[in-house]
Design a protein around this ligand. Structure first.
Ligand code: MEV
Length: 443
């Protein structure tokens, strides 16, 4: 069957599924049945999911788990996490438990300003452009009044508008840089709408003002920046060094120092920093997804921030001084607890309710704690038992599920691997041995 198609988006959902199954799947009926089996039983909820994106043909499930016992600023949270990677939720819960008895996480908002730009080209004289910009600034700002009115009622809005000369980086390149306070919304639509409105007026002003009329001002694009270094949260844990007990043959002091060294390595070595920060993002993205936020935006912001000093580095830091162990994270998190998916996705609503319906600031503090907890768990494992022990326990289950093991077979094989690292090949062999079957060649 022809694999190309015209007018796909105009087809009904059923017709899209049928075309997809026939054109691309070896067993179209089985494919149809699979897509159908993932549809929600409640037609209204399914319709909502269908309408989140275009061309929906099924739902894609991720496990929704919770990590209890997060003590953050004196309040206990059960943190929702949507993630497919085994061990992440268990690691968060283990860290939360560890820090619960050591004062918990202390989070604070350093700033919550968001930034957007009108990127434009102007071939004329810079100081003249600045004079024209200054003369028309109130007009440019006023053009957004119909958009900002509601946000202003909530205490937010436009904080600052300025012209930036970027011609040293790129000939004729200028920006109008705008700072926003978007309160409890992530604010992407609000910011982009304001920018587009301002750009129209900027263009018109430059065209009509005699000082700039002779050199056209060409708006290239208007868009928020996902780099949000002014939307920053900090989270810290600390305890007397002797409380850094690990349950291995290391002393508390040895563990604290080894942990500190592991963080220092991630601070100076980009190869390690990328993995270190990936582990942090395991904890962050899972909460971001569960609470209906945009994990791609958060990823972009965090990695840009990690490279802000010119070399990619760790997002967490550690000190062991005067007998006190301190471990902290400082990250840009532009989040929303109103708008977007937050009121539309039933599980997102539940996730926010579990957290006590936090505002954006409180959610930033919870997410930062989750990232720090995740990094603590990873470094604790890496510097003591090694990462594979904990990872592979869940991995074992995944391998056995892939092989189609029964519950009894899972129990027997799990017992065999209780004290062993379950390497894939060994588990497969154990499974076929248990069934008394020869090992297939494909394994
Ligand atoms: C795996 O998803 C994350 C880790 O690699 C993080 C780290 O190395 O710090 C365990």
């Amino acid at each position: 069957m022809e694999k190309r198609i015209k007018g796909f988006s105009k087809l009904s959902k059923q017709a899209k599924m049928e075309w997809l199954a026939k054109a691309h799947l070896a067993q179209p009926d089985a494919g149809m049945a699979l897509m159908q089996s993932y549809m929600h039983a409640d037609a209204a909820i399914q319709k909502r999911h269908d309408e989140f994106i275009e061309n929906t043909v099924a739902n894609y499930y991720l496990p929704f788990g919770v990590a209890p016992n997060f003590l953050i600023n004196g309040k206990v949270y059960t943190v929702p996490m949507a993630i497919e990677e085994s061990s992440v939720v268990a690691a968060a819960a283990k860290s939360a438990q560890f820090w619960m008895s050591r004062g918990g996480f202390r989070s604070s908002i350093l700033s919550s300003t968001k930034i957007g730009h009108i990127h434009f080209m102007f071939g004329g004289d810079g100081p003249t452009l600045q004079a024209v910009f200054d003369a028309h600034l109130s007009q440019i700002r006023a053009s957004t009044a119909h958009i900002t009115a509601n946000m202003e009622k909530r205490g937010g809005g436009i904080l600052d508008i300025r012209l930036v000369d970027k011609t040293e980086a790129l000939a004729e390149y200028y920006q109008v840089e705008v700072r926003f306070d978007t309160r409890d919304s992530m604010g992407a639509n609000f910011i982009n709408s304001c920018l587009e409105e301002m750009a129209k007026v900027l263009k018109a002003c430059a065209r009509e003002d005699a000082r700039t009329a002779h050199s056209p001002l060409d708006v290239v694009m208007c868009i928020l920046s996902n780099y949000t270094p002014e939307c920053l949260v900090r989270c810290e844990v600390s305890c007397p060094m002797e409380e850094m007990l690990e349950g291995t043959d290391m002393t508390a002091a040895e563990f604290a120092h080894k942990f500190h060294r592991a963080v220092r390595i991630a601070e100076v070595e980009p190869y390690r920093a990328a993995t270190h920060n990936k582990g942090i993002m395991n904890g962050i993205d899972a909460v971001i997804l569960a609470t209906g936020n945009d994990f791609r935006a958060v990823e972009a912001a965090c990695h840009a921030y990690a490279a802000r000093n010119g070399s990619y580095s760790s997002l967490t830091h550690c000190s062991v001084e005067d007998g006190v162990f301190r471990f902290w994270i400082e990250i840009p998190l532009s989040l929303g607890t109103v708008g977007g998916l937050t009121q539309l996705h039933p599980l997102v609503k539940m996730a926010l309710e579990m957290l006590g319906n936090p505002g954006a600031h409180e959610l930033m503090m919870i997410v930062a704690a989750s990232g720090l907890a995740q990094n603590f768990a990873a470094l604790r494992a890496l510097t003591t038992t090694g990462i594979q022990k904990g990872h592979m326990k869940m991995h074992l289950l995944n391998i056995l599920n892939q092989l189609g093991a029964s519950e009894t077979e899972k129990e027997i094989i799990a017992a065999q691997f209780a004290k062993l690292v379950p390497h894939h090949a060994d588990v497969v062999k154990a499974f076929y041995d248990l069934r008394g079957l020869p090992l297939p060649e494909t394994h």
